[in-house]
Design a protein around this ligand. Structure first.
Ligand SMILES: [Zn+2]
Length: 268
């Protein structure tokens, strides 16, 4: 079958989604190996001839030049018309045995709601579970980076997430949402744990006063500070607007190639 008759088609760095062809075929999936021609490649998504996303694949500092490398993409459209895409970056065109090779670079792209989407989803300012970047009951490996799209400026940015449940820790974002502090629950009494039910706001305020200042982010670290777009600084995970999301969002996030500030007991 010609590529142009397929509901999801590929050419170079562009992925074409055709709603009409998808209609009776969802759920639908296709794999594709894309070669990168640039050190910082972009994957373009078009839906019925309209550009709906530019995903920039920011390299990690251990592998800074992606030109000549490959991404093995797994793309799908769910029965509700949500486009999903995951990828594995490799130096040659063969996909390694991921059960044997643990040090692969995985990429998960923010799911896109297509024009035919049957669900009435308001994802603006929501968390990573609501956006389909993490799944509850399924741990996202630490070597999978997430490529997000800002709800406002539509630019993409890459983040890595860490699971606070396993490390018995809590995260705090700086006021400009650009830096992340990690606090071990045992080091500071009164820090709400992951999935905490009911947060004592007065106690939390006392706790926040004891936290160190961000080293490059602006303002104080606060539990309900939002995680923000690094381009326009509008909230991406808007905890100020949706405080009820905060305890459920048990993954903390840092921008790619940055490290979280770690609270040490003697710091003030
Ligand atoms: Zn933005």
């Amino acid at each position: 079958m010609f590529e142009s008759f397929k509901p999801i088609a590929f050419k170079g760095n562009t992925i074409f989604i055709k709603n009409k062809l998808l209609d009776r075929k969802v759920p639908y999936e296709r794999k594709y190996t894309m070669e990168f021609n640039e050190s910082i490649p972009t994957i373009y998504i078009e839906e019925d001839g309209k550009r709906i996303a530019n995903f920039i694949v920011e390299p990690i500092k251990e592998n800074p030049d992606l030109s000549g490398q490959y991404i093995h993409l797994y793309t799908s459209v769910t029965k509700d018309f949500i486009f999903m895409m995951d990828g594995i970056i490799t130096k040659n065109s063969n996909l390694p045995d991921l059960n044997k090779k643990r040090d692969f670079e995985g990429v998960r792209f923010q799911p896109l709601f297509l024009a035919n989407c049957k669900l009435n989803i308001e994802s603006e300012g929501k968390g990573l579970f609501d956006r389909g970047l993490h799944y509850s009951g399924q741990v996202t490996p630490g070597n999978v980076r997430l490529v997000c799209i800002c709800d406002f400026c539509k630019k993409s940015f890459s983040i890595s997430s860490f699971h606070t449940g396993f490390s018995e820790s809590q995260y705090f974002y700086s006021e400009d949402g650009l830096q992340t502090l990690v606090v071990n629950l045992w080091d500071v009494k009164g820090v709400p744990g992951p999935l905490a039910s009911g947060v004592d706001v007065d106690r939390l305020k006392q706790v926040e006063k004891t936290l160190p200042k961000p080293t490059y982010g602006k303002g104080r670290y606060k539990y309900y500070n939002s995680f923000r777009c690094p381009h326009c600084q509008k909230p991406y995970i808007d905890f100020e607007k949706f405080p009820e999301l905060r305890t459920k969002e048990y993954y903390g996030n840092v921008f790619i190639n940055k490290e979280a500030q770690v609270y040490r007991k003697e710091e003030k």
